[in-house]
Design a protein around this ligand. Structure first.
Ligand code: GUN
Length: 289
């Protein structure tokens, strides 16, 4: 029998913890955390993610603001907005939702963000801090994955962990966090150029699937008793949901789950944890000395 890792429930517990902290700040007359989200263009997934992030802020008592730009905004205008937010003392943290239109350099945008307001933990300074294990803002999805693993008491020490995907925002950073002292996993990162992915994944005690390819992980790739964390969120049109869309994970859940000890669902697994990680980073930004 397998356990479904309930990201929604854990995220809700963490949100309660954060809301309590905010209530305390308010009683003490301290500043209420303020997160700003910048959204460029009209990518449907990005619009949903950003509006969820704004809702989360309201739920825990943060102040939040949304700044929208059209798809044709110039890099210069976007960078100037970032400099403005860097200097705005009312703003504790902000994010620029990715992906950006191709005429804007994501790297330039990320590097323009003040590392102390980098609620997504994407700035090279924060990634560098993570790399050497000193406090900083952690990328939201990896942070959420690690928290799920910890709160479910899943042993990682000495375990063979295979991360599928090497993106800057999930695969690569989560591979670093899992191999760090305290987590102590042996981590292999596989990607589009890896030979024998199937054989490598089959050796894994813990599989983190973060490639954005629906149903990529099939039952024949999974060892009995493995822990499977599904980061995939491919959006497809659907008549079954109110929104008209459905999220599909990277794992063939139905056939993989019976082989697992623990598995995350999509939706309701990693997604809600990504969102609370952003809240945790914002709280840290607002309360650090
Ligand atoms: N696009 C996909 N995931 C994320 C995220 O966590 N933060 C931002 N800013 N953009 C994303």
């Amino acid at each position: 029998m397998y356990t479904i890792i309930d990201g929604k429930k854990i995220a809700s517990e963490i949100k309660h913890e954060i809301a309590e902290e905010v209530a305390k700040l308010s009683i003490e007359g301290k500043k209420i955390p303020h997160l700003v989200a910048i959204l460029v263009g009209n990518n449907g997934s990005s619009e949903t993610y950003v509006s969820n992030k704004v809702t989360d802020c309201k739920e825990v008592g943060f102040k939040s603001s949304l700044i929208k730009f059209g798809n044709d905004v110039t890099e210069e205008v976007l960078l100037n907005k970032i400099y403005e937010l860097n200097n705005d003392t009312d703003v504790d943290g902000f994010i620029v939702q990715l992906p950006l239109p191709s005429h804007i350099s994501e790297n330039k945008v990320i590097e323009a963000i003040d590392p102390e307001k980098d609620a997504d933990g994407f700035h090279p300074v924060n990634l560098g801090r993570m790399m050497i294990g000193i406090p900083g803002y952690l990328p939201a999805t990896p942070y959420g994955i690690v928290e799920l693993i910890k709160r479910y008491g899943i042993e990682t020490s000495g375990k063979n962990c295979v991360v599928i995907g090497r993106s800057n925002i999930v695969g690569r950073p989560v591979s670093i966090l899992l191999s760090q002292k305290g987590m102590d996993a042996s981590v292999t990162v596989v990607h589009s150029r890896t030979k024998n992915i199937k054989e490598i994944v089959k050796q894994a005690d813990i599989i983190i699937a973060a490639i954005g390819s629906p149903y990529f992980v099939t039952a024949d790739m999974v060892k009995i008793g493995a822990v499977v964390i599904d980061v995939g969120t491919t959006r497809i049109k659907s008549d079954e949901t109110k929104s008209g869309f459905k999220l599909i994970g990277d794992v063939d859940f139905e056939n993989v789950a019976p082989k697992c000890s623990y598995i995350t669902p999509v939706p309701g697994g990693v997604g809600p944890m990504t969102r609370v990680s952003l809240l945790r980073n914002t709280l840290m930004a607002a309360t650090k000395a």
